[in-house]
Design a protein around this ligand. Structure first.
Ligand SMILES: CC(C)(COP(=O)(O)OP(=O)(O)OC[C@H]1O[C@@H](n2cnc3c(N)ncnc32)[C@H](O)[C@@H]1OP(=O)(O)O)[C@@H](O)C(=O)NCCC(=O)NCCS
Length: 439
């Protein structure tokens, strides 16, 4: 008996197929997740926990670090304790620390209970997600800043990496609270996001997931950027997520975390869409660019054929057999997103004429109008320039205006190299467009 409406079934099947490589890839990996106190207080929290429980279910080793800022603030206010700030950092005196401990404990128990509930909902009577915790975080006093003693506000000193790893072998999930002890037996209040970042680096986590109110990053022109490198983040001017979230993403990459995902606190299923679909819904920060533009190899033949065959059938591109493609693969450049060939094109040099032909230019239909085509011909023109030619040309039946918008000018067939003129297909009657490079 299915709970899906008939019109959802095809979508479900498609989704499962798209998700299956990710299910395999994520299994056995360590992910660190930061859940701020605002995410925990939000109405989507039960859904977030369901999604995290699903990750445990497929064999992801999960460390969840929780924050408790709004909960601490509420307790301090209720107890009538006014605290001083040193910049963005709260001074935690003895009375405030007592409230911090209560708030953190209450949040922690709430998170544990929600995980038990999530399992119970999915599988009544089933085993709850097993959560472990412990004294893995060693802290020291943050000291005196600007003449103000921060007292029990602490800084991370060390993480017991081996202890944490051992727990991950025995539990579904390790839950860390934003508190650390010192070797002298004192407890210090820590910044949960900084702790999550450090833990991700220490464990060499495959991913750090940061739940945040605002995961979308926009450039100076207001355009959303879904993926960017830490270098771009440092050099560009970005808006959207709070500055500490951006700083944590950059720092995590520097510490060796392969991918940092920013996902929305309040969107149902945001984590699943981010981790199990190619395009995601949040923001990915990674040292390895998500979209690769590179020379094709023989392994790309299948992906290129998938891309161009429908266009060949429609008569948009000239037919190429697999054998011909294999022979000419060195001429091809591909754009690959997370393993999928989303665009391709080829450069055929006519060195004696100082020219090169750009051919077989194609972008997958579902990736069009997103700048892939423009990036692709930029890469092809650069490749042609590297070969020493100063002029490129294309023959097209369908994309004349597109090439014109990229600086190409219509010319007669007599502008083609003689050897190419001999092969010109008059029946196809393609238009010739030429561009001088470096203009
Ligand atoms: C032509 C093609 C490569 C463009 O790829 P793309 O990734 O969509 O390109 P970009 O995102 O950089 O540019 C998109 C812009 O070009 C326009 N555009 C796309 N194809 C166009 C075409 N055939 N003619 C005119 N304009 C076109 C889009 O409308 C969009 O402009 P808009 O947002 O102002 O409406 C892609 O449409 C394609 O693969 N077409 C089929 C194959 C083909 O014709 N190849 C060329 C022959 S070698």
């Amino acid at each position: 008996m299915t709970t899906l409406a008939p019109h959802d079934l095809a979508g479900f099947v498609r989704w499962m197929r798209e998700a299956s490589p990710y299910l395999r890839a994520h299994r056995g990996q360590t992910f660190v997740v930061y859940l701020g106190g605002d995410a925990i207080a939000g109405t989507s929290f039960p859904h977030i926990v369901q999604d995290l429980a699903l990750l445990c279910g497929i064999g992801v080793k999960l460390v969840v670090v929780h924050g408790a800022r709004p909960q601490v603030e509420a307790r301090l206010a209720a107890a009538g304790i006014a605290t001083r700030m040193a910049g963005d950092v709260r001074v935690t005196d003895g009375a405030a620390l007592a409230e911090v401990k209560l708030a953190v404990a209450s949040v922690r128990f709430g998170v544990e209970a929600q995980f038990a509930h999530a399992t119970g909902q999915r599988q009544p009577g089933g085993d709850a997600v097993r959560i472990l915790g412990g004294n893995f975080v060693v802290a020291r006093p943050a000291g005196v800043i600007g003449g103000i003693d921060l007292q029990f506000t602490g800084e991370l000193r060390r993480i017991d990496r081996d202890g944490l790893r051992a727990q991950l072998d025995h539990a579904d999930l390790v839950l860390l609270s934003p508190l650390g002890h010192s070797p002298t037996g004192e407890l210090f209040s820590l910044n949960g996001l900084e702790l999550a970042t450090a833990v991700a680096g220490e464990l060499g986590a495959g991913k750090l997931v940061i739940y945040t109110q605002q995961p979308e990053i926009r450039d100076a022109g207001g355009r959303i950027r879904r993926q960017l490198t830490p270098l771009e983040m440092k050099e560009g001017s970005w808006s959207g997520p709070p500055a500490p979230v951006l700083a944590a993403a950059v720092r995590a990459c520097k510490l060796g975390v392969r991918r940092v995902h920013l996902v929305a606190n309040d969107a149902d299923g945001a984590l699943l869409l981010e981790l199990f679909t190619r395009d995601g819904v949040g923001t990915l920060v990674s040292d390895t660019p998500f979209d690769q533009v590179r020379r094709a190899t023989i392994d790309d033949v299948g992906g290129i054929l998938d891309l161009i065959e429908p266009l060949e059938t429609a008569g948009v591109l000239v037919k190429r057999s697999r054998e011909k493609l294999e022979q000419e693969i060195d001429h091809f450049t591909v754009m690959v997103r997370d393993g999928l060939t989303v665009a391709c094109g080829a450069v055929y040099p006519y060195l004696a004429d100082g020219m090169a032909e750009l051919a077989c230019i194609a972008v997958r239909p579902d990736y069009r109008r997103d700048g892939f085509g423009t990036s692709l011909i930029t890469a092809l023109e650069r490749r042609a320039g590297d070969l020493g030619v100063d002029t490129v040309f294309v023959l097209t039946t369908q994309a004349t205006h597109w090439f014109q918008e990229h600086g190409y000018v219509r010319e007669g067939t007599d502008r083609l190299p003689m050897s190419r003129q001999a092969l010109y297909n008059w029946q196809r009657n393609s238009q010739v467009l030429v561009k001088r490079l470096g203009r």
